[in-house]
Design a protein around this ligand. Structure first.
Ligand code: URA
Length: 185
């Protein structure tokens, strides 16, 4: 199977997934968006209301703020790939449960294998704990590079955290500038 076919097959399986109860309450599956050959991939937590309604990650208030950081450092959203740990929205945006993450993570693994990015950036604590290390401390370890297999990885604050606490925005800009430096484009 060639890459496009594998991608469509994976997307189809994800859309039809019934491995956890979130498929009962979602509107749309939010598979991911962007360049399937991206060098840089961002991974958030789970779809919120706007994402559930549109089927596209990071389009609500947090996503719009995230877009401003991408523009500020000169990264084009269409050049990167953006996905989440969970593909379906948890009711009332509660934190994803461990069992939901376990049920969904293989989709992200397969996406990552097909995209084969050089850099993976976790957006927020939930993604960093799952993808970098279980004891990840976002306040102390944001912006720090980790090598995991073939990937250069780091985490930044989740854009929703920046909406709640503007004092984190300076750190976010610094981290995003460092990501742009590593990305190089
Ligand atoms: N928050 C996330 O973690 N992901 C989205 O897609 C939207 C909000």
């Amino acid at each position: 199977m060639e890459k496009n076919e594998m991608w469509e097959e994976l997307k189809g399986r994800c859309n039809n997934c019934r491995a956890c109860p979130l498929c009962e309450t979602k509107t749309n599956t939010v598979f991911g968006t962007g360049n399937k050959n991206a060098k840089l991939m961002f991974v958030g937590e789970a779809p919120g209301e706007s994402e559930d309604l549109s089927g596209i990650p990071f389009v609500g208030a947090a996503g719009q703020l995230f877009d401003k950081y991408l523009s500020a450092v000169g990264i084009r959203r269409e050049d990167v790939y953006i996905a989440n740990i969970l593909k379906c929205r948890p009711p009332k945006n509660r934190d994803p449960e461990e069992s939901e993450q376990d049920a969904c993570i293989e989709f992200l693994r397969e996406q990552t294998r097909l995209i084969s990015p050089e850099i993976i950036v976790c957006l927020g604590r939930v993604s960093a704990k799952r993808l970098i290390k279980p004891d990840f401390r976002i306040t102390q370890e944001h912006g720090i590079w980790f090598k995991k297999g073939p990937f250069k990885m780091c985490a930044v604050y989740h854009p929703s955290a920046l909406l709640r606490d503007a004092s984190k925005r300076e750190d976010m800009l610094r981290d995003m500038m460092e990501i742009k430096r590593a990305y190089g484009k």
